[in-house]
Ligand binder design. Structure first.
Ligand SMILES: Nc1ncnc2c1ncn2[C@@H]1O[C@H](COP(=O)(O)OP(=O)(O)O)[C@@H](O)[C@H]1O
Ligand SMILES: [Mg+2]
Length: 520
């Protein structure tokens, strides 16, 4: 009971901070909500005078920054769901800054001593002041007794308690949204918050981050496309992670765009290919590929940092993504539609042909156009309508994949404005198609003791016929992957298939606020 009262008061505080930033019922969205909420919004706007700079997304981001670490983290996860918002809001929210003042050196020393059971000086020759501080952790530079330079990442003191407390509030907002806004149910607000909570809690254990780094390091070695700092396992604990220090140029450093010794085309290609190859070949990907987490080292290698979020795809999902990408490369909308039905993303009572036709309506107008000529807003809106018409539920793991693809594409394009995403993707996608659908793939299926085949068949009804058909086509020489296809030559620069839907998170929070108000 007491807990609920406390959560309720925190909910009020949350609502208040949002009101102060005109982010509870943002003026931009007022026309979309029922009149009592609109009225409430208009009244509440009195309190945000002088605090209304930027669009609704930016104001929401500012409010989350004021609310503290859990909200910042939640906002970051939310901003990965570009599918849920209109593009302007999503763009504003993506400017959320994860900058928090560092905690004092004495606290950092206490954390190290508690984790290592001895003063830090027993393990390290030196330790710097914090060089970077974010909502969950901060990083120091250190030197081991052996002389090796390392990065020492330390969790914020008490972060577990703080996160649990604030996530309870966010959870309550989601429950309210689920209860009072039927339109939002398709977005599964409760599941989303549960998923976000899980992701945040995973980030609060640096042993898991070290494990993720080590897993990706193997992928990097295997593909030869990127590198990951080596982990100093004997100094890793729940609250501390020690790893090789990477010297090099951060992608967030503006000089990366002008320096003569930097091969930007090559780096752009490596960013995209690293992401695609690890996804399609290993089913795992670094899901936070923004500039702050990327470095180019002295030898021109791409180095990935920060392994708080890994995305994972199962076999069926990998095959689905490959089919979809390849389908768009080939402009084969029927095929894309079929795989959506096969995997169950579109409920079976809909017509495959109608779905294919809807995809064609999105895909065709943007083929052959330069990315800069395509109105993303229009494409997103159209896809939103499709997902709604065809009752498609959101697929969190695929949304994370799409978001990372967009993020990686953005990084690559800033490095090299002429960058052709599809050209970079082609060798990886073709290799994957060959593996999945070619004779090798079929033989491998058998060699895997038929286990994988069984699993695949369980998840993809109709897969047997498709594989048989494709194998036949392959044998008949109808599939020639070495020859660039005409449509592919004018393929779009942006991935056109982004499951999209719109949610008025403001409306959800507004309802929460209104409800809280009514209880007073
Ligand atoms: N191994 C490393 N070598 C060099 N710098 C590092 C290393 N690890 C982290 N950093 C620096 O610390 C910053 C924050 O580290 P990161 O792991 O991204 O933490 P966060 O999860 O807080 O974003 C990075 O952007 C980078 O500047
Ligand atoms: Mg980072």
């Amino acid at each position: 009971m007491l807990k609920h009262v406390l959560i309720f008061f925190r909910l009020l505080r949350t609502g208040w901070v949002l009101i102060r930033h005109d982010a509870l019922v943002p003026k931009e969205y007022a026309p979309l909500v029922p009149w009592p909420i609109r009225f409430f919004g208009a009244m509440s706007r009195v309190f945000s005078l002088g605090n209304r700079k930027g669009n609704a997304g930016e104001r929401f981001a500012n409010a989350l920054e004021d609310l503290g670490p859990a909200y910042i983290k939640f906002g970051q996860i939310l901003s990965t769901r570009g599918d849920m918002f209109d593009p302007v809001f999503a763009e504003g929210l993506s400017r959320l800054k994860d900058k928090v003042p560092p905690f004092p050196m004495t606290k950092a020393e206490d954390m190290l001593a508690a984790e290592w059971g001895a003063p830090w000086a027993d393990k390290l020759a030196s330790l710097s002041e914090p060089i970077a501080a974010a909502s969950v952790a901060q990083v120091h530079k250190g030197v081991l007794k052996t002389g090796e330079t390392v990065a020492v990442k330390i969790l914020r003191p008490n972060i577990q308690r703080l996160m649990t407390r604030d996530m309870d509030v966010i959870n309550m907002v989601a429950n309210l949204a689920h209860k009072f806004v039927p339109h939002l149910r398709r977005m599964r607000p409760k599941e989303f918050v549960k998923e976000a909570r899980r992701a945040v809690m995973l980030e609060l254990d640096l042993r898991l981050e070290a494990a993720a780094a080590s897993e990706l390091s193997e992928v990097g070695q295997d593909t030869g496309l990127f590198r990951v700092p080596g982990i100093q396992w004997d100094l890793v604990g729940k609250n501390v992670m020690v790893m090789e220090w990477i010297d090099g140029l951060h992608f967030s450093d503006p000089s990366i765009l002008t320096r003569e010794d930097i091969n930007r085309e090559d780096l752009a290609r490596k960013v995209i290919q690293s992401f695609l190859a690890s996804t399609f070949e290993f089913g795992v990907f670094h899901a936070d590929m923004h500039e702050g987490n990327l470095i180019v080292d002295k030898d021109g290698n791409l180095v990935l940092l920060d392994f708080g979020i890994l995305g994972r795809l199962g076999d069926a999902e990998i095959r689905f993504e490959i089919d979809t990408l390849y389908g768009f490369l080939q402009r084969d909308y029927q095929k894309i539609a079929e795989v959506h039905f096969d995997i169950g993303y579109v409920p079976p009572h809909h017509s495959v042909e109608e779905f294919a036709s809807a995809l064609r309506a999105v895909g065709e107008p943007i083929f052959g156009k330069k990315a800069s000529d395509v109105s993303m807003a229009k494409v997103l809106l159209q896809l939103l309508e499709i997902t709604e018409i065809f009752d498609m539920p959101m697929q969190p793991q695929l949304i994370l994949l799409q978001k990372t693809m967009m993020q990686a594409e953005g990084v690559a394009r800033r490095l090299d404005p002429e960058f052709d995403m599809w050209e970079a993707a082609r060798p990886i996608v073709e290799k994957a198609v060959r593996r999945e659908l070619g004779p090798e793939g079929i033989i491998n299926d058998f060699l895997d003791g038929l286990d994988r085949t069984r699993k695949t068949l369980e998840t993809i009804p109709g897969a047997t016929e498709n594989i048989a058909k494709l194998a036949q086509a392959w044998a008949d020489g109808e599939i020639d992957l070495s020859r660039p296809t005409a449509p592919a030559a004018q393929a779009p620069k942006q991935s056109p298939l982004r499951p999209v839907a719109y949610v008025g998170i403001g409306a959800a929070l507004a309802l929460g606020g209104a409800w809280a108000w009514a209880q007073l």
